[in-house]
Design a protein around this ligand. Structure first.
Ligand code: UDP
Ligand code: MG
Length: 314
């Protein structure tokens, strides 16, 4: 029986590269004759002309063998929300998520499908090289993965990307579970189980436009991932309080001995300043950790939508 394949593409301000992306992906998809093909663009509230260009692509595709659909968000909800909307929208046998800027080369789709045919239910694409970001960025990514692998009980692939294939069964899990606001989608698919396989790819530089992830948003994503997968920071604050308690105990005993057994206690100004500074630092550090968890819990309790769809064009 012919299997159906949905390709989900998140789009945010990609006007300069979209036509090139369409040309490139339709060429790659042309070779996949044994699948029923659907291309789902999720326009994540782009402020440029992406929406018009997507309309053009959708019209152009009318007579072809690829069904093109465009989901328009009411505003920008972020890359992960766009992928989730695409996953929610389709019930095809196979789903592939990828970026619109050609940094996830469509040529790899055939290899991913080969893995699926061999029995993989999840195919993760590991980015072994990235031609646009070097030096500090890859260093910080290494530090991040070291940290998260230490903090959480799971073991994450160091270079996993948002380029992945999932089967319908995996998609069904993501549709009904893992609906958190504080999420790390490429982490979720690594802890969900199922038969998982990894392929490597090299990401070329962006074809056009600029990256939407700056250092600040990557930093935010890093924290989100840590809070989504680990409660260890809470335990660290417990460890800090025990250490501080022991330290205080020794210090109190020492002070009492000086008070009772020596004539003149030392003046103690320096000690007081150091102790207070240390104490307040530890306390505010612990409150920060607590409030980070608390703030994120509030977001989950409010249960606001992950995304809002304005319209869907078929
Ligand atoms: N993207 C999105 N919403 C956003 C930011 C980005 O849908 O708020 C899309 C973007 O159009 C691209 C993909 O997510 O297709 C990855 O974004 P980008 O290329 O900026 O990230 P990078 O490749 O630099 O990590
Ligand atoms: Mg990119």
């Amino acid at each position: 029986m012919t299997k159906s394949l949905s390709i989900i593409v998140s789009v945010y301000n990609e006007q300069d590269g979209l036509l090139q992306f369409w040309e490139s992906i339709s060429k790659s998809l042309l070779e996949l004759k044994e699948y029923r093909l659907r291309l789902i663009f999720v326009n994540d509230g782009s402020k440029d002309d992406s929406s018009e260009i997507l309309k053009k692509i959708s019209n152009e595709s009318k007579n072809g063998n690829i069904l093109v659909e465009v989901i328009e968000f009411s505003r920008n909800f972020g890359h992960e929300a766009a992928m989730i909307a695409g996953i929610d929208h389709t019930d095809d046998d196979i789903l592939i998520c990828m970026d619109a800027d050609l940094q996830h080369p469509p040529e790899y789709i055939a290899q991913m499908l080969e893995q699926y045919q061999k029995g993989s239910e999840i195919v993760l694409m590991n980015r072994v090289k990235r031609h646009d970001k070097i030096g500090f960025s890859s260093f910080s990514s290494k530090v991040f993965y070291k940290l998260i692998n230490w903090l959480s009980e799971n073991n994450f692939e160091n270079n996993a990307s948002d380029f992945f294939l999932i089967s319908q069964d995996v998609a069904n899990v993501l549709k009904s579970n893992y609906r958190e606001r504080n999420r790390f989608l490429r982490g979720f698919i690594q802890v969900i189980g199922f038969r998982i396989n990894t392929l490597e790819f090299e990401a070329p530089a962006r074809f056009a436009g600029i990256s939407n992830y700056n250092f600040k948003s990557l930093f935010k994503l890093g924290f989100t991932a840590i809070f989504a997968f680990s409660n260890k920071p809470l335990k660290i604050s417990l460890f800090c309080s025990i250490a501080f308690l022991l330290f205080s105990f020794v210090f109190i005993v020492f002070t009492l001995i000086v008070y009772f057994f020596y004539d003149t206690p030392p003046s103690g100004y320096t000690t007081m300043v150091i102790l207070q500074a240390l104490g307040f630092t530890v306390i505010s550090f612990m409150i920060t950790i607590l409030s980070s968890y608390f703030g994120r819990s509030l977001f989950e309790i409010r249960d606001r939508p992950i995304y809002i769809i304005k319209n869907i064009k078929k």
